[in-house]
Design a protein around this ligand. Structure first.
Ligand SMILES: Cc1ncc(COP(=O)(O)O)c(C=O)c1O
Length: 343
């Protein structure tokens, strides 16, 4: 990020953009030509994914299994769509049958949108069978992979995902402030067929796509330092290897879950679908949330997150993402918790 800044149309900068697209296709496991970075955080990816597809009056089936699914539904509605909410309790996953039923009762729905890694609950939503149901009915399938991309398989083409986005700061191991997104020709076809222009100029993917792929014409001033960092993080992912990287996240996640259980703590969420990179664990009775997290931060330099929504004050969320995902960090956290909790 400290490298000298290049102009957003400098041939050397355009070459970095081109290589970033190659690396993003590798990470998203897709052939989609439009696999690009966006100037904003993960929410920029979410907003862009939704607003390019949704027109006023469109119905979108939103699978909700936590906080970020609720946000997806809210954003659909802000862009004039109607969110058909298929909601399950925090910690559970949405079933393929539930999505199929929602599509049967809302045959005009344009899209199905769902979060893969629900950061609020630590649960991984299975995608493949939902992808099949959505494709059979010729709808668009949108997946939020902000939490999981870079730490677990998100095989976009194989899972029949039409639009997928992630963010730099999570398992990709880069900075916040840069998102990435991929769209296939089905999604681009729906955008081309819109009856009115996308209602945000800044996130209009047709215009942004021209800067990345064809005209190379000015749309916005690309955030150079952030793109350098994303590019380098993606290069490191390629160097480590996808399988090796995902295995590292799985191994450390398993080690953490086993260690927390040994400490007598109770893990949260569907045991069959827990995320490796985000572990949600219940705060034991009699233990104060703020005091414990404060001591972890002050005395040990470890930051863990509190609970969201129904888990506020009741659970902790522990991230093992990208560079921070190491056995050493797991052992250090477990030792610190043992000391603080006196277990
Ligand atoms: C699943 C999910 N989606 C979207 C976002 C939004 O990303 P950002 O905070 O980078 O805007 C987050 C952030 O934690 C997330 O976990």
């Amino acid at each position: 990020m400290a490298s000298p800044i290049l102009g957003y149309l400098d041939p050397d900068y355009l070459a970095i953009m081109d290589h970033t697209m190659v690396l993003l296709r590798h990470l998203f496991q897709t052939d989609n030509e439009l696999s690009i970075a966006l100037p904003g955080t993960g929410m920029c990816g979410m907003e862009a994914a939704v607003c390019n597809i949704v027109e006023p009056g469109d119905e979108v089936v939103v699978g909700i299994h936590g906080f970020f699914g609720q946000r997806l539904a809210e954003i659909v509605e802000r862009h004039g769509g109607t969110a058909v909410r298929v909601e399950v309790d925090f910690g559970q996953v949405v079933s393929t049958d539930q999505i199929a039923t929602a599509l049967d009762t809302h045959p005009n729905a344009k899209m199905v949108a769902i979060v893969h890694g629900e950061t609020s609950s630590g649960v991984a939503q299975p995608l493949k069978d939902i992808g099949k149901v959505v494709r059979e009915r010729n709808k668009i399938f949108l997946v939020d992979a902000v939490c999981s991309l870079g730490g677990a398989h998100v095989p976009v083409d194989e899972s029949l995902i039409d639009i997928c986005y992630g963010a730099g700061q999570k398992c990709i191991g880069g900075p916040a402030g840069i998102a990435c997104i991929t769209l296939n020709d089905r999604a681009l076809g729906v955008i081309d067929a819109r009856s009115r222009p996308v209602d945000t100029w800044y996130l209009d993917l047709t215009l942004i796509g021209k800067y990345w792929l064809s005209d190379r014409a000015y749309h916005h001033t690309s955030p150079g330092s952030l793109l350098y960092a994303l590019h380098e993080a993606l290069r490191l992912i390629q160097e480590e290897g996808l399988e090796e990287r995902f295995a590292r996240h799985q191994k450390c996640g398993d080690l953490l879950k086993a260690g927390l259980t040994d400490l007598g703590l109770e893990l949260f969420g569907d045991p069959a679908n827990r995320l490796p990179m985000l572990t949600c664990v219940m705060i034991p009775d009699g233990v104060d949330d703020a005091t414990t997290r404060g001591r972890l931060l002050r005395d040990f330099g470890i930051e863990i997150a509190g609970g969201f929504g129904p888990l506020k004050g009741k659970a902790w969320r522990i991230g093992l993402m990208g560079y921070s995902c190491s056995e050493r960090n797991v052992h250090y956290l477990l030792a610190a918790l043992r000391e603080i909790l006196g277990n």
